[in-house]
Unconditional design. Sequence first.
Length: 149
Amino acid sequence: MKKRVVYPLVIISFIVLLDQITKYLARTFIHPMETIELLPVLNLVSVRNQGAAFGMFSSLGNNFFICISVAAILFMLWVIITSREDYRIFSMLAAGAIGNLIDRLTLGYVVDFMDVTVSGHHWPAFNVADSALTIGIAFLLFNLIIKRN
């Protein structure tokens, strides 16, 4: 039982804390029109994302995304507690959803601040919570493919 509750809480807490600290720093120290180059492929920016991934579906409104987030978080917590699925993957997914939900509830938008451009290809700004979601989804898909073979 310890593994099913304590370890996921540690993972979720660490990711959410890192996400909220980095978003606070971005809001505090990066002007909305400013770009800070860290590496040739990585810039820091300050973006207010009112939609879903990459700002899509912003016309659906913040309340819609809050409801979807709460439902997804509850489902992931249920999976972590009741199933034999990899708790690390679902902890990353839950943490990403919680991090962005906190922004939606407190600010009315999600703070994005990492901006990547590689060989002229630009990736929309994202944050630590988005990274946790993306990595969690990638591992989930990988596990599904491996289990099928």
